[in-house]
Unconditional design. Sequence first.
Length: 171
Amino acid sequence: MQKVTQSINQTNQRHSERRAMFPGSFNPFTIGHLSLVERGLDIFDTIVIAVGISSSKQVTEADIIERINPIQQLFHDNKRIEVTHYTGLTVDAARDNKCQFLLRGVRNSIDMEYEKTLADINRRIAGIETVILLTLPEHSSISSSMVRELKHYGHDVDEFLPHTTHDIPKD
């Protein structure tokens, strides 16, 4: 009987940890992304920040490291954050990382429609739920593509980046 109880308790412990994957290209990781992760930690026990690598683009290992390292440095002392990368379907990567949820952020109604469609498909094909957080108003105009474009034209983008991600990876 003790062995059965121990097995049930171990199963409950495994399932009680709420793990969410926060997927994105993170090119670069912005203060908007940081805000979502920090707020997500109020909901989830662990957040896996997963840098998605498009299989249609030629990406070298150095490119992947260039995107992941600043994020790892940012969260190096937080045991509740894991950083990884993946190719393929996000739901497959979530399953591989033992995540029951996807964490996503929306800045506006256009983002919401897109995320709703993805959430519906992800639930349908993999049974994974998506938790959507609204971006804080002060971050709603920030996007990685906007930061890259400003940087390209010589503007200082430090105010949009966490203190360890000032080196913007190449496209």
